[in-house]
Design a protein around this ligand. Structure first.
Ligand code: NAD
Ligand code: TYD
Length: 352
């Protein structure tokens, strides 16, 4: 049996990863620790509740005692660090919590894992690994051509991407200084089930179904490289099992689309299949995001060559699966948008 400490496992990608792993393997135990911020939701994990290989603990990755207690109690083999404040717009209005969780929380986990795993000078228990889930946003923004490579210098712009880049530097420092066993994955924009509707795709699905404005920042021609979340989970699993220690792997979807194409695709699907009253009249061009990165794009050559990973899900297939999931899980959407979501939404979009 291998014991995985998954942090942030009640969030979007983390919960998909927990479900993916428990469905795929009989010989893994998952210890999911999550602070349950506005973005964490145990409803995502209903299908694994009661699974004997799954444990949930509510805790903050910044809490030294709580993290130490987990390493004391469980023989952790792998840390998969998803826990983060993840939304760029929130980082623009409130950067400090991003430093707290994304930087200090990661350093806290690194320290505690290092102490728990160390067997001698620069020596660690066999087979252990710390996987940092990072983002392509640490590379900054691309022009019309080219792709981010693992060798691209880090040039983050938003408070969010700056906090993730800082965390990446600490992970690298632990590898370089202490020979601590790590990998970093840097993925592009994920989409799929259980994504909180502050992010582009679920926000647009939620709004279009309610005939609400579809807020498009600036000219809507910013490009993101969309990665279906299950493909990402598979990549993380492969990097944990086969990634060369100390290496960074970019994980991209080969699915670049401008934002307005995404929004129009969602409108078209809902119009054809659900509600013919919706249409492009709902699109509303609003004030641009400050410091808005123009284009992200990954050529996932290294992870393909080294580990055989490639994105299996085309955008056309993934977006239909995703929209169908939200249509079948309207109660989930209602639950996550009750409470503080309305205040966030009004504050965020009222003056746009
Ligand atoms: P999310 O916001 O949906 O989930 C984050 C989870 O972390 C939540 O469950 C939250 O409760 C938990 N959390 C927050 N602060 C915590 C703390 N201090 N201690 C413990 N738990 C805490 O995020 P996501 O979209 O699932 O992203 C997961 C990871 O992947 C993040 O590290 C993010 O930077 C990275 N990433 C995401 C994307 C994307 O498109 N969503 C793209 C690239 C990288
Ligand atoms: P988002 O989902 O926030 O991811 P990220 O900023 O990490 O890439 O946004 C994706 C793109 O969609 C980004 O270019 C900003 C844009 N966007 C809008 O135009 N309107 C919106 O309401 C949101 C949330 C995002």
């Amino acid at each position: 049996m291998k014991n995985y400490l998954v942090t942030g496992g009640a969030g979007f990608i983390g919960s998909n990863f927990v479900i993916y792993m428990l469905n795929k393997y009989d010989d893994v135990n998952i210890i999911n620790i999550d602070k349950l911020t506005y973005a964490g939701n145990l409803e995502n994990l209903k299908s694994v509740e009661g699974n004997e290989h799954y444990t949930f603990i509510q805790a903050d990755i910044c809490d030294k005692d709580a993290m130490q207690a987990i390493f004391d109690k469980y023989e952790i083999d792998y840390v998969v660090n998803f826990a983060a404040e993840s939304h760029v717009d929130r980082s623009i209005s409130d950067p400090e919590i991003f430093v707290q969780t994304n930087v200090l929380g990661t350093v806290n986990l690194l320290n505690i894992a290092k102490n728990a795993w160390q067997t001698g000078d620069d020596q660690y228990k066999d087979g252990v690994k710390f996987l940092q889930v990072s983002t392509d946003e640490v590379y900054g923004s691309l022009g019309e051509t080219g792709y981010f490579m693992e060798t691209t210098p880090l040039d983050p712009h938003s408070p969010y991407s700056s906090s993730k880049a800082s965390a990446d530097f600490f992970v690298k420092a632990y590898s370089d200084t202490y020979k601590f066993p790590v990998n970093i994955t840097r993925c592009s924009n994920n989409y799929g089930p259980y994504q909180f509707p502050e992010k582009l795709i679920p926000l647009m699905i939620n709004n279009v179904l309610q005939h609400k404005d579809l807020p498009i920042y600036g000219d809507g021609m910013q490009v993101r490289d969309w990665l279906y979340v299950e493909d990402h989970c598979k990549a993380i699993d492969m990097v944990i099992r086969g990634g060369k220690l100390g290496e960074v792997y970019n994980v991209g979807g080969h699915n670049e689309r401008p934002n307005i194409t995404i929004v129009k695709t969602i409108i078209d699907y809902i119009k054809k299949n659900v509600d013919d009253q919706v249409g492009e009249h709902l699109m509303k061009y609003v004030e641009d995001r400050k410091g808005h990165d123009r284009r992200y794009g990954i050529a996932p050559d290294k992870i393909k060559a080294d580990l055989g990973w490639y994105p299996e899900t085309t955008f056309e297939v993934g977006i239909v699966k995703t929209i169908k999931w939200y249509l079948e899980n309207k109660t989930w959407m209602q639950n996550v948008t009750s409470g503080s979501y309305q205040q966030y939404y009004e504050k965020m979009y009222a003056n746009k």
